[in-house]
Design a protein around this ligand. Structure first.
Ligand SMILES: *Cc1c(COP(=O)(O)O)cnc(C)c1O
Length: 360
């Protein structure tokens, strides 16, 4: 007997990148974490949380985090929602903007539009929500196809999810391309900027009232740039009306007091995090040229990872690296099956990767 809803019974759950145990020396270049630690002030802030703060419920709308975020981006706190990791924000966006399959007779309209490839969590969220998903193949070099908005409009999508810089390719779409998408698409455009801290530019300008776009949400996370994947803090920026809608559907206390306190400290020490971004960007260039010299095709990346085509079978390279204690990401998926996604590590970690590649 199946007790669960039909769509949950059918669902293939998300597969996170491997998280090896503490023991053993593993070079972990598979989940795009920042290789450098968070700023010391973040740890101090967490240590400073006392018994009273733990006894009480946390501020329900994470008001101090929203104020800090708003100040950083020159927006108002009403344009910010804070979530339990940006993954929660994605799930909320699907709940709030997409229709469940059963709600329309044709069963096609009301869903989400994504690119192929994209962040592999998106289709899982569509499955959980039981909303239709339209997947549009990216162009040759992972560029957003010109007719992306048209295809989504035709299918009646309510939400477009675009990762920028793109994962897993690292490609950055220019602002005018994203603006055109927001102008053409009849639903909400969520630009997933999880990796924006490593990029040359962001899409914040789309929120400028002068552009008259009321359908743009930007996703941000402290997991990557701020070295706080373990903390689980993400947020969205957007038009007050979109933020209000998201706010209605979240858990009342979706972020805890430790997360809120640490997030405020992290945002205040942005300059220190930015030093790690520059180090990663420098290493990205070095790793790209080292890999190119070894016969790898390396896609241009504005992120903290590189998508590469090895000169021999990607799966074999993945497996022999793993046997040597170096974890990278392999996706057994049509266009990605001949590629590896490698997180940029510290210079030492990258050297260990290169040494392992030279050995095999
Ligand atoms: C890491 C990531 C996120 C969000 O991560 P959280 O840890 O949940 O904040 C969102 N989108 C993409 C593409 C990511 O890689």
């Amino acid at each position: 007997m199946n007790y669960e809803r039909d769509n949950i019974a059918r669902l293939v759950a998300y597969t996170p990148g491997e998280q090896p145990g503490q023991q053993g020396r593993v070079v972990k270049l598979n989940t795009n974490e920042n290789p450098y630690p968070p700023a010391p002030s973040v740890l101090d802030a967490i240590r400073g949380v006392g018994a009273q703060a733990l006894r009480r419920y946390p501020p329900p709308t994470a008001v101090r985090v929203r104020e800090a975020v708003a100040q950083q981006h020159k927006l108002t706190p009403q344009q910010v929602i804070v979530t339990n990791g940006a993954d929660e924000l994605l799930r909320l966006a699907v709940t709030v903007f997409c229709q469940p399959q059963g709600c329309n007779r044709s069963g096609i309209a009301g869903g989400m539009g994504v690119t192929n490839p994209t962040y592999s969590l998106y289709p899982v969220l569509a499955g959980i929500q039981d909303t239709p998903i339209v997947s549009v193949p990216l162009d040759e070099d992972f560029a957003l196809p010109e007719n992306f908005a048209d295809q989504l409009n035709e299918a009646g999508c309510r939400l477009a999810l675009v990762v920028n810089p793109h994962a897993p390719s690292g490609r950055l779409e220019p602002l005018d391309r994203l603006e055109r998408l927001a102008q053409q698409f009849r639903g909400v455009v969520l630009i997933d900027e999880a990796y924006v801290d490593f990029a040359a530019s962001d899409a914040l300008a789309l929120l400028d009232p002068a552009r008259k776009l009321d359908n743009v949400l930007l996703l941000r996370t402290l997991s990557k740039g701020y070295s706080l994947a373990g903390l689980r803090v993400g947020y969205a920026l957007g038009h007050t009306r979109l933020i209000e809608a998201l706010d209605k559907a979240r858990d009342s206390y979706n972020t805890d007091i430790l997360s809120q306190t640490a997030a405020v400290a992290a945002l205040a020490s942005r300059d220190e995090a930015a030093k790690t971004w520059r180090a990663v960007i420098d290493e990205r260039a070095r790793l790209a040229s080292e890999l190119t010299a070894r016969g790898y095709r390396v896609y241009p990346s504005e992120s903290n990872f590189l998508l590469v085509v090895p000169p021999r079978q990607a799966k074999q390279v993945y497996e022999s690296l793993k046997a040597d204690g170096v974890l990278v990401r392999y996706f057994e998926q049509d266009r990605l099956a001949n590629k590896l996604r490698i997180t940029v590590g510290t210079p030492d970690e990258n050297n260990m990767l290169l040494a392992a590649l030279d050995k095999t």
